[in-house]
Design a protein around this ligand. Structure first.
Ligand code: ZN
Length: 644
C-alpha cells in the first residue's frame, strides 16, 4: 500500500447521513507527462456526463438543481435555520445526483425547510410554473416518492420515479422486450441499455436513444470532444481503437458497436491508464434494462496489482473447486484480468459515491468468450480506512476485546481480499445452462448476483489455498471478515435505513439475505448467536467452519437459480430473507450508532486535474490539485459541465 500522509485533509464535508472525503492520486508523479495529459482529457470527458445522470435519475432533477443553486449563489446567505436547511438540502441533492437518496432511492424529506421560506426565493430565479413544480416535488411526499420501486406486486415502471420510461406500464415494457428477444442468439445485445422507452400519442412504443443527434446529444457531444482529444495521446494503437470505437458508439447509439467496444476494452490489459465512460450499470432501472451514465478514470497500481493478478492466474483452480453443481462450473475460464488501480477521477453515477471494485463488461457472452476486467480501487479503499480509524465503531459493536483486536489487526486486509475475490473471481464464475438467456431473474437479478459474488468471496477467503498463495497470513483474517460481514448483514448496515423502512438496495438485500439465511440455517447448531449484554445486542459466531459450509450451501443454490433462471426460487429467497427489518433491533442499532464519530454513507470529491500549458498555449502536462471543497466543486461542475 502506498504511503500514509497524515497531514492530508481526508474529510472534506459532513452533513445529513454522509461524509465526503478526499482521495489522493498516489503515484501520479510517476506517470509520464503524456499519460497525465491523457488522464486530463479523460477526466474532462468523465465530468461532461454529469447532467445525464441527474436527468436519468428523475426528469425534474436538473430544474430543481438549477433553481436551488441560483438561490444559493445569488441570495445573501443568512444565519437562519431555514437557510441552513436549504444548504443541507442542496448538498444532499448533489450527493445523490438528484432529489432521491442515492442508496435508499427514497425522495428526501424537506427536513426543516419550509415552503413559505422557499417560495419567494424561487420566484426570483424561476418562472411561476417552474417554482410551482419545484415546491410540489420538494414538499409533497406522495410526489415521486421512490426513484426505484421494486416492491413485490407494484407496477415497478409506473411506480418508480426514474426517467427511463414514459407513459408505459411494466407489462408493456416486458412485452416490448420479449418481442425483441431472439432465442438461442449466442451474442445477444444488451437490449434497451442506452434508451428511454416512450409511448407516443399514437400508442406506439419507441426507444429514444441516447446518442449524438438523439437524446442527451449536447452532453454526449462534449464527452466525445474530450475523447477525441484523448485519442491523440493514447498509449498505444489498441487503446486508440478502444476510444475511437466508443466515440463511434456514442455517434450511432448502435448496441452492437457497444459490444465491439466492450471486447476491445476488455482486451486492453497493457495500457497503464484506463477508463470507463458510458451507460454501464442497470441498478437504477427497476426492470434492469437501462443503464445509468458513469465514468471512472484510473491507472494501474503495479505493486498492489500483484495480489489480484495472483488470484486471476489461479482462476481455473477456484472455478474447479467451487462448491456449486459441476455442470454450472466454467470448463475454461477465459482471460480474467485483475488489477488494483489508482483512481484519478469519478464521474456521473460513480460520483460522489464511488464503488470499491468494478467488474466489467456486464454482457454474459462477452465475459464467457473474452473474459472480464476486474479492478479494485486502491486509493479509495485507503481513504475509507484512514477516515474510519478512531470512529469508535469496532469498540461499540465488537463483542469482546479479542474480537476488536482481531478486527483492528486483520479487518482491512480481510475487507480488501473480500473485494478482490468478489470482483476478480466471484462475478466471473459459473455458467448458464443451455437455453438460459440471463435476464430471467428480472428485478431479483441484482441482489442475487451480488450474493453469488459475496458468497464466492466468503467461501474462499477461509480456504487453505489462500494461505498457500501467500495472500492470507493467518486464518484469523477470514474470521475477522466473517465477524464483520455477518454483523453487518444482521445488524450494522441498518444504520443506512430510516426508522420504519425496509431494504431496497441490491447490495444491502444481498448482505441481509446471506446473514439471515445462515443465521436461520445454523440455528440448531448455534452457529451464529445474537447475544445480549447490558441491553445491547452482539453478533457472535460460534463455529466458523460450519458457517463456511453454510456459505457453500447457499452459493450452490444461488448459482443454480442463476444458471437455470429460476425466478420463483430467487424471488422467494429475497422476499423471505432480504427485505424486512426487525424494528426493535433497528432502533437499537440507530441509537448506538448515533454516538459514534462516523456517517453511514461516504462519498468523495475529485482532485482537480489541471492542465499545464506551454508559452504558446499548448498542453504539455497535467497536475492534481486538492484544494477544492465540496460545495465549491459541485457549483463549479454545474457551471462548467452543466449542459442539459
Ligand atoms: Zn458486485
Amino acid at each position: 500500500m502506498s504511503k500514509t500522509n497524515t497531514q492530508f485533509a481526508w474529510l472534506a464535508d459532513r452533513f445529513a447521513d454522509v461524509q465526503v472525503l478526499r482521495y489522493q492520486i498516489d503515484g501520479y508523479e510517476q506517470l509520464t507527462p503524456k499519460q497525465r495529459i491523457l488522464t486530463y482529457y479523460l477526466s474532462q470527458a468523465a465530468l461532461c456526463g454529469r447532467d445525464i445522470t441527474y436527468d436519468q435519475n428523475y426528469a425534474d432533477n436538473l430544474l430543481i438543481r438549477r433553481c436551488l443553486e441560483r438561490i444559493y449563489i445569488t441570495c445573501k446567505p443568512q444565519e437562519t435555520e431555514q437557510w441552513r436547511a436549504l444548504e443541507t438540502y442542496l448538498k444532499k441533492l448533489w450527493f445523490a445526483n438528484g432529489v432521491h437518496h442515492h442508496y435508499s432511492t427514497a425522495k428526501f424529506s424537506a427536513d426543516g425547510l419550509s415552503a413559505t421560506f422557499l417560495a419567494p426565493l424561487l420566484q426570483r430565479v424561476a418562472t411561476a410554473d417552474e417554482a410551482q413544480r419545484v415546491l410540489r416535488i420538494i414538499f409533497t411526499p406522495s410526489e415521486a416518492p421512490l426513484r426505484v420501486n421494486q416492491q413485490a406486486g407494484v407496477d415497478m415502471v409506473t411506480q418508480s420515479a426514474c426517467n427511463f420510461y414514459q407513459n408505459v406500464s411494466q407489462a408493456e415494457v416486458e412485452a416490448f422486450y420479449a418481442a425483441q428477444q431472439r432465442p438461442n442468439n449466442p451474442q445477444p445485445i444488451s437490449m434497451g441499455l442506452n434508451s428511454r422507452l416512450v409511448k407516443l400519442p399514437n400508442g406506439q412504443l419507441q426507444e429514444q436513444v441516447w446518442r449524438i443527434g438523439g437524446t442527451y446529444s449536447t452532453a454526449i457531444e462534449r464527452i466525445t470532444h474530450w475523447l477525441s482529444l484523448a485519442t491523440s495521446v493514447a498509449e498505444n494503437e489498441h487503446q486508440r481503437r478502444v476510444i475511437e470505437t466508443l466515440i463511434e458508439y456514442y455517434r450511432t447509439g448502435d448496441l452492437h458497436k457497444f459490444d465491439e467496444y466492450s471486447i476491445l476494452w476488455v482486451n486492453d490489459t497493457e495500457s497503464k491508464v484506463d477508463f470507463i465512460n458510458g451507460f454501464i450499470e442497470t441498478y437504477g432501472d427497476p426492470m434492469g434494462y437501462k443503464a445509468t451514465w458513469e465514468s471512472v478514470v484510473n491507472f494501474r497500481d503495479d505493486e498492489a496489482s500483484r495480489r489480484t493478478q495472483l488470484l486471476a492466474q489461479h482462476a481455473q483452480w477456484f472455478e474447479d473447486n467451487s462448491p456449486i453443481d459441476p455442470q454450472f462450473r466454467k470448463p475454461h475460464v477465459t482471460g480474467i484480468s485483475a488489477k488494483s488501480i489508482t483512481l484519478v477521477q469519478l464521474g456521473g453515477d460513480c460520483h460522489p459515491t464511488s464503488p470499491l471494485g468494478i467488474n466489467l463488461p456486464n454482457a454474459d457472452w462477452i465475459r464467457q468468450q473474452h473474459g472480464s476486467k476486474s479492478v479494485s480501487l486502491n486509493n479509495i479503499a485507503h481513504a475509507h480506512e484512514q477516515a474510519s480509524l478512531g470512529s469508535g465503531f469496532e469498540e461499540e459493536f465488537g463483542f469482546s476485546p479479542e474480537h476488536i483486536a482481531r478486527s483492528q489487526r486483520y479487518g482491512a486486509l480481510g475487507g480488501r481480499l473480500h473485494t478482490d475475490l468478489h470482483e476478480c473471481l466471484g462475478h466471473g464464475s459459473g455458467q448458464l445452462a443451455p437455453g438460459v438467456q440471463g435476464d430471467e431473474l428480472k428485478n431479483y437479478a441484482s441482489p442475487l448476483e451480488e450474493a453469488r459474488a459475496d458468497l464466492f468471496a466468503l467461501y474462499y477467503i477461509a480456504d487453505p489455498k489462500m494461505q498457500q498463495l501467500g495472500l492470507v497470513p493467518d486464518i484469523e483474517v477470514a474470521y475477522a471478515e466473517y465477524d464483520r460481514y455477518i454483523r453487518n448483514g444482521l445488524m450494522t448496515q441498518l444504520v443506512r435505513i430510516s426508522p420504519g423502512g425496509c431494504i431496497e438496495q441490491a447490495h444491502m438485500r444481498n448482505r441481509q439475505l446471506i446473514a439471515t439465511w445462515c443465521y436461520e440455517q445454523g440455528k440448531d447448531n448455534n452457529v451464529i448467536e445474537l447475544r445480549q449484554r447490558n441491553g445491547k445486542t452482539y453478533v457472535v459466531i460460534n463455529n466458523y467452519e460450519h458457517l463456511r459450509s453454510l456459505f457453500a450451501q447457499l452459493l450452490r443454490e444461488i448459482q443454480r437459480i442463476k444458471s437455470t433462471g429460476d425466478y420463483a426460487a430467487g424471488r422467494d429467497l429475497i422476499e423471505r430473507y432480504a427485505v424486512r427489518v426487525n424494528p426493535e433491533l433497528h432502533r437499537e442499532v440507530l441509537a448506538r450508532y448515533a454516538s459514534l464519530n462516523e456517517a453511514p454513507f461516504t462519498g468523495f470529491i475529485n482532485p482537480r486535474i489541471v492542465p499545464i500549458l506551454s508559452d504558446n498555449g499548448s498542453i504539455i502536462d497535467a497536475r492534481a490539485d486538492y484544494s477544492e471543497g465540496y460545495t465549491e466543486q459541485m457549483l463549479r461542475y454545474s457551471q462548467e459541465f452543466g449542459c442539459l
